[in-house]
Write a protein that binds this ligand. Structure first.
Ligand code: THU
Length: 140
């Protein structure tokens, strides 16, 4: 994996803009907590997602998993970085369910940002250090 400082600043800005644009489209009338996510593939394609809530609350979808779903539907499975934007200070991290979904696709950078410019850089492995792995399904 590249070092965080190897992520080109222009790429980071592009990802933040994509995540912001997605967050602007969030459907969050119940929590009013809007989340945007943008994922960049190893070949530079960007896929974004926002949270999509439902009147049946348990059906609500997280921004991060929607970004992964968009990338997977386009045939892209290798990622360099994910940006997540919220209004939280400090910037909020993905929920446990999203962490488990991210780990399915390896280790990559995760940048947590907010609208006032605070940034925190982490990785999928740091967020989910002891994941459930598909290997377990192959049996003992
Ligand atoms: N949410 C996300 O989009 N990502 C997370 O990692 C945690 C929570 C959304 C779901 C719901 O629409 C709102 O934030 C409040 O939980």
């Amino acid at each position: 994996m590249q070092e965080p400082h190897d992520l080109h600043p222009e790429l980071v800005e592009r990802l933040i803009r994509a995540a912001e644009a997605a967050r602007d489209n969030a459907h969050a009338p119940y929590s009013r907590y809007r989340v945007g996510a943008a994922l960049v593939t190893t070949d530079g394609r960007v896929f974004s997602g926002c949270n999509v809530e439902n009147a049946s609350f348990g059906l609500s979808l997280c921004a991060e998993r929607n970004a992964v779903a968009a990338a997977i539907a386009a045939g892209e499975r290798q990622y360099t970085a994910l940006v997540v934007i919220t209004d939280s200070s400090p910037p909020e991290a993905p929920c446990g369910a999203c962490r488990q979904v991210l780990v399915e696709f390896g280790d990559f950078h995760v940048l947590l940002v907010n609208a006032v410019g605070e940034r925190h850089t982490t990785t999928v492995a740091e967020l989910q250090p002891r994941p459930f792995r598909g290997d377990a399904l192959r049996g003992p």
